[in-house]
Design a protein around this ligand. Structure first.
Ligand code: IPE
Ligand code: IPE
Ligand code: MG
Length: 253
């Protein structure tokens, strides 16, 4: 039995979130420029998107550029923005053909105008698709997202559209960038760092974390399958005891 066949299709996460880390180190190890690593990383993005669509993952969120990444050297930031525009241009027809629907989360307005234009067109083109939802986190900061949600809630309360007593977990979720998506059940970070780097802090509350030393440009379909198999071996307890989970009792839910 191949790796792919060992995946239990009834126990797939609906939503996988990835921190694609290690492009710079991957390039340095080869005596290349960091930007070369970002270019190679796009090949992994393509393969992982296709693999998720094939396996039947419904949502894939990729951390492509954090709000903090604006602090990198300007040449690297420019190269990343250029790569984003070129990649969307090159890949969008194939994504559309594969029934992928593109979404963006993050501070969209802070992206260069050309990126916004390209992304808007790509989202429009794929808006009716019903396959994999591909969510790109761009200029994304989870704390900013939560603070923005608080501000929007305050504005709705001030405008009389929302009562303070109606603010709860369910209504709060509607103010996040991710309001239309289920929470990720699995979060993968490549390149051996054990941190969340301001990524989906609210949404990852009960996600399983999977860390691998593999740098992002080397992370391919077989690595994704290994992560999924690892996830499927975990017992998700949500505060209950292992015995409760195993006997499938429903008391005190
Ligand atoms: C991830 O790789 C890509 C982005 C953050 C845009 P890095 O560029 O962070 O690579 P390392 O961590 O420096 O190796
Ligand atoms: C997180 O990676 C952001 C992305 C993958 C886009 P970083 O490499 O920027 O994270 P830190 O700064 O090392 O935590
Ligand atoms: Mg990094």
């Amino acid at each position: 039995m191949g790796l792919l066949e060992s995946i239990d299709l009834n126990k797939l996460p609906k939503h996988v979130a990835i921190i694609m880390d290690g492009n710079g180190r991957w390039a340095k190890e080869r005596g290349e420029d960091r930007v070369f690593g970002h270019h190679q990383g796009v090949i992994s993005v393509r393969e992982i998107v296709n693999a998720c669509a094939e396996i039947g993952i419904q949502y894939l969120t990729l951390y492509a550029f954090s709000a903090e990444n604006w602090n990198r050297p300007v040449e690297e930031v420019n190269a990343l923005m250029e790569l984003l525009v070129n990649t969307i241009r090159k890949e969008i027809d194939e994504l559309d053909k594969n029934n992928v629907k593109l979404h963006i989360i993050g501070d969209f307005a802070s992206l260069p105008a050309i990126c916004q234009k390209e992304l808007n067109e790509a989202m429009e083109l794929t808006s009716k698709n019903t396959g994999l939802n591909l969510v790109l986190a761009l200029s994304y900061s989870s704390r900013q997202e939560i603070a923005e949600a608080a501000r929007k809630i305050a504005m709705d309360v001030a405008a009389g559209k929302l009562k303070p007593e109606d603010i709860n977990e369910n209504s709060f979720k509607n103010y996040l960038y991710t309001s239309e998506f289920p929470d990720p059940e699995l979060m993968i970070r490549t390149s051996g760092e054990f941190r969340v780097s301001n990524y989906l802090l609210y949404q990852l509350a009960y996600a399983e974390f999977y860390f691998t030393n593999t740098h992002w440009p080397d992370f391919r379909k077989k690595d994704l399958i290994e992560a999924l198999l690892n996830y499927q071996q975990r017992e998700r307890r949500f505060g209950k005891t292992s015995e409760q989970i195993q006997t499938n009792t429903t008391q005190h839910v």
